[in-house]
Design a binder for this molecule. Structure first.
Ligand code: PLP
Length: 433
């Protein structure tokens, strides 16, 4: 058994059950993935013991010689991976990466313009309950009702009217390509900084399966644990604009460094920075580009198969790793709430999350849609044939959502498929549950 089994049986059992859950089910939450065993090992390493406030070569603590190696490698690899000129690998999460980016280029009370949460945006893009909506004056753009895609002309009109100091691009539930060049034009026209939060698509950008925001944005932020397949964490990078600023000591790059530490955080999580460095190295390998393209191919096949089974995909399909499915059907027969769909699929061993669809008439906790993503299953090695099979199970589970016998039959088939694509090898060596 693992050491924790002796020290703390309750937590050990929870870890083992979670490992089994991850093995036996189909993980289709669009923001999740499976890290490699190497990333897992680095994340669980002795660097968790280390304090390292400051930056490489300029620490407030002794004993940072190996920490500096780790952070320098992580920064260099992040820059190489995204063709960036600046990187800060210390943010603990995507939200803290965003908080740091805003702090670097905005003053409290400044106007920000982000994608509406109800149209796929993230809480940290100006929601009233988030620091971003409390510290800054939030305004929003959205998607068109007819195409369900971002209307850049409308975005431009709102920017001219609201005069934001920052325009924020990026989303948690948007399945189409972004026009970063157009967003930069709009930002320049109104004198705003362009911040792109590429959290969901970072792995696709790294693998060349989505255009990069880095040449266009003043600042690019991301999580590292979604399509990028690293540990749960954050990252801030920038292209040539990192040098913009009134004086050499007041550049965007310097402002981000100060905003991360001491602006938003204390000591960095050095073990997680080590895990990020390992993940970036993995993402630099040619296999990762193959992975990124397969994530998109899988999503497109899945979306098409679900559409053929009669389920409406928001915006008519996907260009990336995620799709929103309208399960409510506007209240028509056969429709259900996203929460009901999530529960039924859960019983069938397929994990997704309920999600609002644009112009949703239902409330956020009982919305009209579900969000489905392919990054995690693609990591397990699943390809187009598995996606067609899974689409048929999803359609069947939705059609028979109150029929427990059908749902448990699907679950048995799901487990059988999952077992053909094993995850962590040590799981079998150490398992006691
Ligand atoms: N930005 C986007 C677009 C996201 O989807 C998310 C997470 O869902 C975040 C930021 C926040 O990341 P974290 O949960 O690490 O704070």
């Amino acid at each position: 058994a693992l050491p924790v089994a002796k020290a703390d049986p309750e937590i050990a059992a929870a870890i083992e059950h979670e490992t089994l859950r991850q093995h036996e089910g189909l993980e289709m939450i669009a923001s999740e993935n499976f890290v490699s065993e190497a990333v897992l090992e680095a994340a669980g390493s002795v660097f968790t013991n280390k304090y390292a406030e400051g930056y490489p070569g300029k620490r407030y603590y002794g004993g940072c010689e190996f920490t500096d190696i780790v952070e320098n490698l992580a920064r260099d690899r992040a820059k190489q991976l995204f063709n960036a000129e600046y990187a800060n690998v210390q943010p603990h999460s995507g939200s803290q990466a965003n908080a740091s980016a805003y702090m670097a280029v905005l003053q409290p009370g400044d106007t920000i313009l982000g994608l509406d949460l109800a149209h796929g945006g993230h809480l940290t893009h100006g929601h009233k309950l988030s620091f971003s909506g409390k510290l800054y004056r939030p305004t929003f753009y959205g998607v068109r009702k007819d195409t369900e895609t971002i209307d850049y002309d409308e975005l431009e009109a709102i920017a001219e009217r609201e005069k934001p100091k920052a325009i924020i691009g990026g989303a948690s539930a948007y399945s189409r390509l972004w026009d970063f060049a157009r967003m930069r034009q709009i930002a320049d026209k109104v004198g705003a900084k362009l911040i792109i939060d590429m959290a969901h698509i970072a792995g696709l950008v790294a693998g060349g399966a989505h255009p990069s925001p880095v040449p266009h944005a003043h600042v690019t932020t991301t999580t590292t644990h979604k399509t990028l397949r690293g540990p749960r964490s954050g990252l801030v990078i920038a292209g040539k604009d990192y040098q913009a600023g009134a004086k050499p000591e007041q550049t965007i790059g310097k402002a981000i460094d100060q905003a991360v530490f001491p602006g938003q955080q204390g000591g960095p999580l050095v073990h997680i920075i080590a895990a990020k460095a390992v993940a970036f190295r993995e993402a630099l390998q040619p296999e990762f580009a193959v992975y990124a393209k397969q994530v998109v191919a899988n999503a497109q096949v899945l979306a098409e198969a679900l559409a053929n089974a009669g389920w409406r995909i928001i915006s008519g399909g996907t260009d990336n790793h995620v799709m929103l499915v309208d399960v409510f059907r506007g209240g028509a027969p056969g429709g259900m709430l996203g929460s009901e769909a999530e529960a039924a699929l859960g019983k069938a061993g397929i994990t997704v999350n309920k999600n609002a669809i644009p112009y949703d008439t239902n409330p956020p906790l009982k919305p009209s849609g579900i969000r489905i993503g392919t990054p995690a299953l693609t990591t397990r090695g699943m390809k187009e044939p598995e996606m067609r099979l899974i689409a048929s199970w999803i359609a069947k589970a939705l059609d028979h959502r109150t029929d427990e016998a059908t749902l448990s039959r699907i679950r048995a088939e799901v487990t059988e498929l999952a077992n053909q694509f094993p995850l962590y090898s040590w799981r079998r060596e150490h398992a006691t549950v």
